[in-house]
Design a protein around this ligand. Structure first.
Ligand code: C2E
Ligand code: CA
Length: 505
């Protein structure tokens, strides 16, 4: 029941739902037509239940559902199928010992039974996904979906540890959305749409969901080919050191040059790659090309650090640091010439796997940056134990500071706390002069944003490097720094003017 398996199962079911158009539902129909169905009435009640979870077996559920659907059709009554996905199994099991997965599954199943009622047919479809047949109309179905979500607010006790699972529920109505086993696939499609938008709620099936999912399946298929077809590219966006006025680093940002869609944003395809199990190959491609590029720039005399975005899935792999170490060695790039940007959400997981990953990166000597840092006190506390170098404050926090005093105070105390832990602070998404001045005033060590430079190709970085001193001198005028540095660190006007904003050489 590990993450890989759960992802694979999810991907399989999703693919079944999407690609065949009828997907999961067809699989269900096939199963329902097997001799198991005919034999089912003869089975004992025990044989119809999974001994580990107490839930109905899938075969018994299918029989109950088919029977229920047939009766509902005859009587003209309304009913619904709920499809429940529980996220967080892998993280919960991490470091919890053998058998933890089965225990957690049994406890989760008991919670489903206690909310739905012992006589409601429920079965485990695959991995951490369950189907529920409710012989009641839409209002009751939605009420049950809400109760199911609320019931998982309470943690599950796993060998003395509190474990939280994230529920998402999809709902399909009978007869509106069909009176056959396809409704299970439709409820599943609705559940996946909830998970895609962050989970923790319920949604009713809508035909647009199927269209969205088939679009995702198409993108996933094409993305699989993108590496082979050499359609991936890295763009780079500079970060500027406010003290030295040098470009301290460039962040590698992935682009997909799609033959018909043009340049596709990673915000569009990275989440799909993560859901469809493609992120490992894509992440490996990014690392290799960014490190190769870092080596090429070093050879050309540009010594700035290259930062890469590392997805949670990559980061949790046991051999991530070892692979990184091998690549750095192969291309002759020193470990501190590379920065790994890891999102606050992944860093705050605080599981055995993430702690191990931070430790191995520290041993390797690469620079570690927490990306999309929210600057909140709990986030700061969660990161205190980790060995880090840099916090990158999210774009919205910088923008909020300009408008809102409260946000500014929060930001200021986060910068102070970061500095007290010897962490550098980067303000990202700086778009306006007001944001720039405020970020510098609040003590940010580095700035990044469209105000200075947009992401650009590796070739453009070389050209930009040549023009950077003049361009940045225009952008970072001395007045921007006037009130921002401690007085003893404030360069004199003359010295400041002599300071060249330049790529590190
Ligand atoms: P991110 O790591 O937070 O990257 C910053 C995003 O903000 C980039 O979008 C960048 O182009 C954009 N940006 C930078 N400055 C400004 C600004 O001043 N204003 C505005 N409005 N936007 C600004 P991009 O390149 O579309 O990347 C989006 C996200 O995709 C990244 O967010 C990152 O989470 C992810 N991503 C990009 N490349 C990779 C990659 O190689 N691997 C992984 N796992 N994720 C990646
Ligand atoms: Ca980033």
């Amino acid at each position: 029941m590990g993450d890989g398996l759960s992802q694979a199962t999810t991907a399989w079911i999703a693919a079944a739902v999407l690609l065949a158009g009828v997907g999961l539902a067809l699989a269900w129909r096939r199963r329902a037509a097997t001799p198991a169905t005919a034999a089912a009435p003869a089975r004992s009640a025990d044989a119809q239940r999974d001994p580990h979870t107490g839930l109905m077996t899938r075969a018994a559920f299918e029989v109950a559902l088919q029977h229920g659907l047939a009766t509902a059709e005859k009587t003209g009554s309304d009913s619904c199928v709920l499809y429940v996905g529980l996220e967080g199994f892998r993280i919960a099991q991490d470091g919890a010992g053998a058998g933890a997965g089965e225990q957690l599954l049994a406890a989760a199943a008991q919670r489903l039974i206690s909310v739905c009622g012992a006589s409601t047919p429920i079965c485990r479809v695959a991995g951490e996904e369950f189907a529920v047949w409710l012989n009641a109309p839409r209002e009751a179905g939605e009420k049950l979906a809400r109760h199911l979500c609320e019931s998982f607010v309470q943690p599950i006790d796993l060998a003395g540890r509190d474990v939280w699972l994230g529920p998402s529920v999809g709902l399909a109505l009978v007869p509106e959305q069909g009176s056959n086993l396809r409704v299970v696939g439709k409820a599943a499609a609705a559940m996946y749409s909830v998970q895609r938008s962050g989970g923790g709620g319920h949604a009713l099936f809508d035909p647009r969901i199927e269209a969205e999912q088939s679009e995702e399946a198409t993108i996933a298929r094409e993305l699989q080919q993108a590496i082979l077809k050499k359609q991936l590219e890295l763009f780079y966006q500079p970060k500027i050191d406010t003290a030295t006025l040098q470009v301290s680093a460039v962040e590698a940002l992935l682009r997909w040059r799609h033959p018909t869609l043009g340049l596709v944003s990673p915000a569009r395809f990275i989440p799909i790659a993560e859901r469809q199990g493609l992120i490992e190959a894509i992440g490996a491609w990014v690392l290799e090309h960014a490190i190769k590029q870092a080596a090429a720039w070093r050879a050309a005399g540009l010594r700035m650090r290259v930062a890469v975005n590392v997805s949670g899935f990559q980061f949790r792999q046991d051999d991530f640091a070892a692979k990184l170490g091998r690549l750095l060695k192969t291309h002759g790039v020193p470990a501190d010439g590379l920065s790994c940007e890891i999102t606050e959400t992944v860093a705050a997981e605080n599981t055995e796997a993430t702690r191990r990953a931070f430790m191995t990166l520290e041993q390797l000597g690469v620079h570690v940056c927490i990306d999309d840092f929210s600057a909140s006190a709990p986030a700061m506390a969660a990161l205190r134990q980790l060995h880090l170098h840099e916090l990158k404050i999210e774009r919205s926090a910088i923008a909020a500071c300009v408008r809102d005093n409260q946000a500014r105070k929060l930001f200021e105390s986060a910068v102070k706390a970061a500095h007290s832990h010897k962490l550098r602070v980067v303000a990202s998404g700086v778009e306006t002069v007001a944001q720039r001045d405020l970020a510098v005033h609040l003590g940010c060590d580095e700035l990044q944003g469209y105000l200075f430079a947009k992401p650009m190709s590796a070739r453009a970085v070389m050209i930009w490097a040549a023009d950077a001193p003049a361009a940045l001198a225009q952008t970072l005028r001395p007045t921007a720094f006037k009130d921002t540095q401690p007085l003893d660190a404030l360069p004199t006007q003359v010295a400041f003017q002599q300071t060249r904003i330049s790529m590190q050489r």
